[in-house]
Design a protein around this ligand. Structure first.
Ligand SMILES: Cc1cc2nc3c(=O)[nH]c(=O)nc-3n(C[C@H](O)[C@H](O)[C@H](O)COP(=O)(O)OP(=O)(O)OC[C@H]3O[C@@H](n4cnc5c(N)ncnc54)[C@H](O)[C@@H]3O)c2cc1C
Length: 385
């Protein structure tokens, strides 16, 4: 009897899982059949998105790769790519309804499903895939045009994305005085409070060296259009004072939406992430697996996702034989490599802050694009150590 495994999402989680299953079907388990479902027919190496939006800094060919080409080595009876979005999961009936990109719908029955639908950035910012690949390309191109035309830019949010975007803008424009770049942080230091203070301080110092203006302890309470076509960014400081900033361009780099609304509500937590047990399954459904940002067991970072994928493909051997699995042991160590423009970096490995040059070598130099092509081909996995 054939076993159809549906993988939802073609991001950093879905791509390696789909490759592993298709290879296993080809090499040793002819009963397996893999269906990969995603609206994007090109894989997006989103880790480099802060650099690809800078006009002239990096071509789209470094971050967007044809999924069809990457999976062409598997025959049609082993692997199928379906361009569309899961619209409704019916876990009691083992099927998923997909809204196809061509406007029609398809119900796909499954033996096992892997949910790797991740999260979207707010306001269609291309930090993540924006719907179809054409929409992602259009969003990158639009943001490049807006950056080109603006004399002043405010980046909202000083998490990983905000710091990396402000770093690229600072390096390209603020350092030379060509444009004014400002970043808004809700805290006194950038990045989340779980990150070491020394790493956070380095991030702030490096941004300031690039002449990026750092506004601390401020929450964005509203953004409106100004009469001259720019934006007015309203800030509420922690001491409750209100401040208004006028800028040509506001770039939101805060707030994400987990792509899980197609699941029954009891599968989700209050933030929208899916409950995961220690076999990376939904506690209610033993044939529903979750990897990456969509699941709530660990932080939403590629660094932990690599370990989840490694665990899953190893355990799938047993799962497909007798349904049994060893428990996944989440590693609580913080792994962070942060670029601050193409020439600087900082980060953290557990409670150790490696030399910035090492982090620059691994991250800021190419933003991982040197391995992205191999990753989408399935010949390289995300490094977790
Ligand atoms: C700018 C930036 C830089 C980052 N840098 C780092 C870093 O240096 N280190 C690190 O550890 N982490 C980093 N991250 C985090 C990392 O990118 C995420 O953890 C990772 O992308 C999560 O992968 P994922 O596969 O779970 O989800 P995603 O990458 O969000 O992929 C989700 C996939 O699901 C698809 N999809 C969405 N909805 C549906 C649906 N209904 N049906 C079917 N498919 C659907 C999407 O189109 C996409 O293909 C960074 C994030 C950003 C934004």
């Amino acid at each position: 009897m054939s076993k159809t495994v549906v993988v939802l999402g073609a991001g950093l989680g879905g791509i390696p899982v789909a490759h592993w299953l298709a290879a296993k079907s080809t090499q040793s388990d002819p009963e397996l059949r893999v269906i990969l479902v995603a609206p994007n027919d090109e894989f997006f190496w989103n880790i480099a998105s802060p650099r690809v939006i800078i006009p002239g800094a990096m071509g789209e060919d470094k971050v967007l790769y044809s999924i069809k080409d990457a999976f062409s080595k598997y025959s049609d009876d082993k692997f199928e790519f379906v361009a569309g979005k899961a619209e409704e999961l019916h876990p009691d009936a083992n099927s998923v309804t997909v809204a196809l990109n061509d406007g029609t719908k398809r119900d796909i029955p499954y033996h096992t499903i892997v949910i790797a639908t991740g999260a979207d950035a707010r306001d269609d910012m291309p930090w993540k895939v924006v719907g179809t690949s054409q929409q992602t390309r259009a969003a990158i191109s639009q943001l490049r045009d807006q950056i080109e035309k603006a004399s002043s830019i405010v980046v909202g949010g000083a998490g990983i994305t905000g710091v990396e975007v402000a770093g690229e803008l600072g390096y390209t424009y603020a350092k030379s005085g060509a444009k004014s770049i400002t970043i808004i942080s809700a805290d006194s230091l950038p990045l989340e409070s779980r990150i070491m203070t020394s790493t956070r301080e380095t991030a702030k110092k490096e941004l300031e060296k690039l002449q990026v203006k750092y506004i601390s302890n401020a929450r964005i309470s509203g953004v409106t259009a100004s009469e001259d076509g720019g934006k007015i960014v309203k800030l509420t400081k922690t001491d409750s004072t209100e401040v208004e900033l006028k800028t040509d361009l506001f770039i939101p780099a805060y707030g994400i939406k987990y792509n899980t609304e197609f699941t029954p509500s009891e599968m989700r937590d209050d933030s929208g992430r899916l409950h995961q047990d220690t076999s990376l399954r939904s506690p209610q459904y033993k044939n529903v697996f979750i990897v990456g940002d969509a699941g709530n067991l660990q932080v939403a970072q590629a660094a932990v996702l690599g370990a989840q994928v490694e665990y899953l493909v190893k355990q799938f051997e047993r799962y497909f034989k007798d349904g049994q699995m060893d428990a996944y042991k989440p590693d609580p160590k913080i792994l962070l490599a942060l670029s601050i423009g193409p020439s600087r970096a900082t980060g953290q490995l557990g409670m150790w802050k490696p030399f910035n040059i090492i982090l620059w070598w691994f991250k800021a130099r190419y933003m991982g694009t040197d391995t992205a092509g191999d990753f989408v081909q399935g010949t390289k996995i995300l490094k977790t150590k």
